[in-house]
Design a protein around this ligand. Structure first.
Ligand SMILES: C[S@@+](CC[C@H](N)C(=O)[O-])C[C@H]1O[C@@H](n2cnc3c(N)ncnc32)[C@H](O)[C@@H]1O
Ligand code: SF4
Length: 421
């Protein structure tokens, strides 16, 4: 079974560069096992599109993404939309009568906004033509601050994108520099204003804390700058030193100190304090929303056992307990589709025990929590102990829900391990 580790949005595990799990062979047609999605109507259905291109690679990032130099022929940014639409057609064929309508679309990366906005618009049109977009569908694209402008945002909004998630990371020059970010400190806030002017319903900012050399004051400045832009949603992640990255090499060589767990916990508490004071409520360990309807519905689908088809190199999909993952390299992904074959590299059919395990792992990260009926006897005993230790809300547990306290959120991985026995 493959689960993203650490405080990550679920699609992160889907697109990371280093390794793909083993798994069963997927038929060339991509056909799903018998009986899958018989009850399709009861779960939300989303489309994730992974755009595997970046202008430069940030030293901390191990996502499945390629700079122009790293792409050796075969695939180019300009041909990618057609490649994505080819996989959408395959998805439509495989899902047949159970396909759509699509409640959420999330275009992530990489840097989706390196594609021409007309290309992203074309992919969204194809989603609508092939599956139908549900009324009020949430349609998000991630964006790097320097890769959008008023015109591109206007084209995306006009095409039906409703939400933009901007990678701000920090507002402090020396922190941005350690992170290898190429935008200026003020550019993210400017992009928020441009997105609002273009008519986006939801604007989100991504932040990273715990970067080597970042002081408590630096982090306050970043939070304050983010809040001054009045986002509808903030995602804040503790910096993870991913093996194989340039950052990991710098830490190994002693050029940069490793992020410190205690500092991370303090930064998390400060994040929650300032965001809450500004009216944003946590709804998942790393995510805060200004209003209940500003929570990211697409990501909630992942955390809540929804179905989604992941389009693009390295993307993972989950439909009714069947999970599969695509080949990583954009050229391999394109070659499979050109040959009329599924780009899936492998798949697994989750057992009921694995589905229960995942439900506990993911739902316990949500403010609404996981139902205690999911826990085994040992998990129930562990939950009572954790409530006694102040990591789970005692009242919620008494009412049948496993809900993290602030301290529990700081140790969310540990709690999840303990209650899944
Ligand atoms: C893969 S990026 C895609 C968005 C866009 N390319 C950008 O960087 O602005 C999604 C988010 O992941 C976060 N991220 C990526 N690698 C991380 C790491 N090693 N530790 C913590 N956060 C990370 C960043 O906050 C980033 O905005
Ligand atoms: S721009 Fe985003 S996806 Fe690209 S390397 Fe940097 S963090 Fe990773």
């Amino acid at each position: 079974m493959t689960l993203p580790e650490g405080p990550l949005p679920p699609h992160w595990g889907d697109t990371m560069g280093a390794l793909l799990p083993d798994g069963d062979v997927v038929p060339a047609s991509g056909v799903l096992p018998d009986g899958v999605r018989a009850d399709a109507a009861v779960r939300p259905f989303g489309i994730y599109l992974h755009v595997p291109f970046c202008a430069t690679r940030c030293g901390y990032c191990d996502f499945n993404t390629y700079t122009a130099q790293e792409l050796k022929g075969g695939v180019s940014r300009s041909s990618f939309a057609a490649q994505a639409i080819a996989e959408l057609r395959l998805a439509r064929q495989v899902l047949g009568a159970t396909a759509g309508p699509v409640q959420t679309v999330f275009v992530g990366g990489g840097t989706p906004t390196l594609l021409a906005p007309e290309d992203l618009a074309g992919v969204l049109r194809a989603v609508d033509e092939l599956f139908g977009l549900a009324a009020g569908a949430e349609v998000t694209t991630e964006a790097n601050p320097e890769s959008v402008d008023p015109r591109s945002l206007a084209v995306l909004r006009e095409a039906g994108f409703t939400r933009v998630s901007i990678g701000m990371q920090s507002a402090v020059p020396h922190v941005l520099s350690v992170l290898d970010r190429v935008h200026t400190p003020g550019r993210a806030a400017e992009a928020v204003r441009e997105a609002r002017a273009a008519g986006f319903e939801q604007v989100s900012l991504d932040l990273i804390y715990g970067t080597p050399g970042e002081s408590a004051d630096d982090w306050d400045r970043s939070l304050e700058a983010a809040l001054a832009a009045a986002p509808d949603h903030v995602s804040a992640y503790g910096l993870i030193v991913e093996p194989g990255t340039r950052l990991a090499a710098q830490v190994r060589r002693g050029e940069l100190p490793a992020p410190d767990d205690d500092v991370m916990a303090v930064r998390y508490a400060r994040t929650d304090e300032l965001l809450t004071a500004a009216g944003l409520q946590w709804y998942e360990v790393c995510n805060w929303a200004a209003r209940p309807d500003a929570a990211c519905r697409h990501n909630l689908g992942y955390w809540d056992g929804g179905d989604w088809w992941g389009i693009g190199p390295g993307a993972h999909s989950h439909v009714d307990g069947v999970r599969w993952w695509n080949v990583l390299h954009p050229s391999a992904h394109a070659a499979r589709l050109v040959a009329g074959r599924s780009p899936a590299a492998g798949r697994e059919v989750l057992t009921p025990a694995e589905r229960r395990f995942e439900a506990i792992m993911l739902r316990s990260r949500l403010r609404g929590g996981a139902g205690v009926e999911l826990l085994s006897g040992e998990g129930t005993v562990a939950a009572a102990r954790l409530a006694g230790d102040g990591l789970l809300e005692a009242d919620a547990l008494a009412a049948g829900r496993v809900v993290l306290t602030l301290e529990g959120r700081q140790k969310a991985d540990l709690v999840a391990r303990e209650i899944t026995d």
